[in-house]
Design a protein around this ligand. Structure first.
Ligand code: SAH
Length: 467
């Protein structure tokens, strides 16, 4: 019943033969619009066996490539990799002779920790190359029509960070661009004022730059200081008089944002549109028979370990689908990794017996030992990509682990989060896509134009959404 991928042990790096070493591409993916990937990055990604990608990289972008995709992001609600673990993971695949793409948001060398990653590659004598990406500042600048330099207005620009708060700098440049500011806008503006800029200096926040849901907020330093929460991540703060050039109706805001469900029709390729693709297949994470067999015997597991909240959500979906409920879990000890998974579990009336909140993946084994999860049979529901750290940690404590895929990595998490408030039109390719979409979205806001590929699809839309 376990997916074909077996957990991999770390090779002894010192013994490894130089000949077998792979190759690493450190790649900048750009700020969000998948079309901003460079041709060189595209070619490298096509040639890669493994793609390790960050939070800021959308699954729409990585899905175009065939390599094994490993999400290394730091989303708050799921288990994540620390930088050391990411470095280890890159090295581990490279030492097995793989071509590895390390895909990072924006540019790898602008607040991207690319420098640390190449240090590790140098230590292990692994060959690599670096492919630059469009940094968020450049994406935000073009897609909001705020030039970073302008004759007679701004002749210098500085890229700064708003994190950590006690180290905020305000260099002496005409235009300042701050990264990582979502929770520190006020602190940054105070620091800039202290440096002698006036309260009337212009400020812009560009949120979700180059994506369908891009938003630009403008004002002065004084006005922003009087507002409460001003930005949500990812967002950039731009300060300087060049912001006077901004207009509400810019080239990007004028484009129609169309959500294409289940296809990529040519009619939306014209320059009038920004297309957001929504695959909307009901893809099973594992073979139906595997899921069925597992859920029919669900009462036999002494330990069920949920690595994140998605695992909980999709596990319980299947539990009901196969005619079981929480009573069948009565004999199992239930473990969760991280608070969000435990909170999700409570929605189903289950309290976690053990909630692990490790500082790093290496701390998991010790916590399992302390919690008494040793020498047992563990069912590990999760995505189709098995977290080898977790499996190794469980096995280190003498457990036999059976991973069970209940959702598709990356895809299911991101599909749930399309914000319809930013969409002007939705196009459905088939009746089944309408049906799958209706399982995720109960209603469609009235201002959205809905179009369909054919009359059958239109009929299904009318049946399910009532118009
Ligand atoms: N290497 C990246 C930056 C990583 S630091 C680059 O070159 O762009 C992460 C920060 O980048 C975020 O906190 C945010 O400030 C900024 N950022 C990344 N993508 C963004 C986007 N699409 N819109 C606005 N800001 C973005």
């Amino acid at each position: 019943m376990s997916p074909s991928k077996q957990p991999l042990k770390y090779p002894d790096m010192k013994k490894k033969d130089q000949q077998t070493k792979g190759y690493v591409y450190i790649i900048g993916a750009g700020p969000g619009d998948p079309d901003l990937l460079t041709l060189k990055a595209e070619r490298a990604l096509q040639a890669s066996d493994v793609i390790l990608y960050d939070d800021l990289v959308t699954s729409a972008l990585v899905d175009r490539f065939e390599g094994l995709k490993i999400y290394t992001g730091k989303r708050k609600d799921s288990h994540h990799f620390e930088q050391d673990a990411i470095n280890e993971e890159i090295v581990r695949h490279a030492l097995r002779g793989k071509t590895v793409a390390r895909l990072k948001g924006g540019d790898p060398f602008v607040f991207g920790r690319g420098g640390e990653e190449i240090d590790v590659l140098r230590q292990h004598r692994i060959d690599y190359e670096i492919i630059p990406g469009i940094t968020a500042a450049h994406g935000a600048s073009s897609y909001s029509e705020i030039p970073l330099t302008m004759r007679k207005v701004s002749s210098s620009v500085a890229f700064c960070t708003g994190h950590p708060i006690n180290k905020i700098q305000a260099p002496d440049a005409d235009t300042l661009v701050y990264y990582m500011v979502a929770s520190s806008v006020h602190a940054v503006l105070e620091a800039v004022l202290k440096k002698g800029r006036s309260e009337s200096t212009k400020v812009a926040i560009v949120q979700n730059a180059t994506r369908y849901n891009q938003q630009v907020f403008t004002g002065t330093i004084g006005e922003f200081l009087r507002r409460d929460r001003v930005a949500y991540s990812p967002a950039l703060l731009i300060i300087g008089e060049n912001i006077n050039h901004f207009i509400e109706e810019n080239w990007y805001s004028r484009k129609k944002k169309v959500l294409t469900v289940g296809g990529e029709p040519a009619q939306f390729s014209s320059r009038e549109y920004v297309r957001v693709n929504f695959p909307c297949r009901r893809e099973e994470a594992a073979e139906r028979s595997v899921l069925e067999e597992c859920f029919h015997g669900i009462g036999d597991w002494p330990v069920v370990f949920f690595p994140n909240r998605f695992a909980v959500k999709y596990f319980f979906g299947y539990l009901m689908e196969f005619g079981r409920d929480v009573r069948h879990l009565a004999g199992a000890r239930i473990c969760t990794l991280g608070r969000p998974a435990a909170t999700e579990l409570q929605k189903y009336g289950v309290l976690s017996d053990l909630v692990l909140e490790p500082e790093s993946p290496s701390a998991i084994a010790g916590m399992l030992r302390d919690g008494g999860i040793c020498n047992d049979r563990v069912l590990l529901p999760g995505s189709n990509l098995v977290d080898s750290y977790l499996v190794n940690a469980l096995e280190e404590e003498g457990n036999t682990v059976t991973p069970l895929s209940v959702y598709l990595h990356g895809k299911h998490e991101q599909e749930e989060s399309i914000d319809l408030d930013f969409i002007d039109e939705i196009w459905f390719s088939s009746p089944s896509c309408v049906k799958n979409f209706s399982a995720l979205y109960r209603s469609i806001p009235e201002n959205i134009t809905v179009t369909t590929a054919d009359v059958e699809t239109a009929a299904e839309y009318a049946r399910l959404f009532g118009s």
